[in-house]
Design a protein. Sequence first.
Length: 218
Amino acid sequence: MIRASPSRRWRLEDGTQGDDRNPGREKSNMVHRKRCRRYNIPGHAHEITFSCYRRRPFLADERALLYLRESLLRARRKHDFFLWAYVFMPEHVHLLICPRGDAYSISAILQSIKQPVARKVIQNMRVSGSAALSRFVTNRADRPFAFWTKGGGYDRNITESHTLESVVEYIHRNPVRRGLATAPAEWRASSAREWLEPGSVEISIDFDTFPPSLKRNE
């Protein structure tokens, strides 16, 4: 599925270029950018990051995590993409996916993942009268409540198999770098354990489509 790219470069959110020889560097500044150019190119994998509104830890809530898992599974079926890695942090999400078809839209995929989560969480809080609803208030007439940060997030096209290895490791080590776990597989909201023990988590990984250079026991 991954097609070779002679230049081995990708476009960042602002249209500038980066080099895939250093894929594991921190991207915290990129995550906050709201200008995101999409490159929906058949055969490309996508490393995607999106954040909760004002980087608040909305995903620390078990119900929100449940909604996100359900939404991701539905989006995978609807949009027909391979899922190769993920981690749900308290305030942001990392995904590594590869759409199967020649025609696809990362924006549509993200909409299918994010909108149901936001709608269900906010609706439940409004119905229950939860005081926590104030954390979602935007003070905007056109968008009074928000679960996710508005904007495109971070979307990086990947065309090289060796880069995928670094991206999987980067995604899985997020909780360790933050001091939330001592090993990637300890973080339940992650595919790290699935890579070690296939079938051990609720969201399966499409191992059979992943380039063979990465072994699950590494």
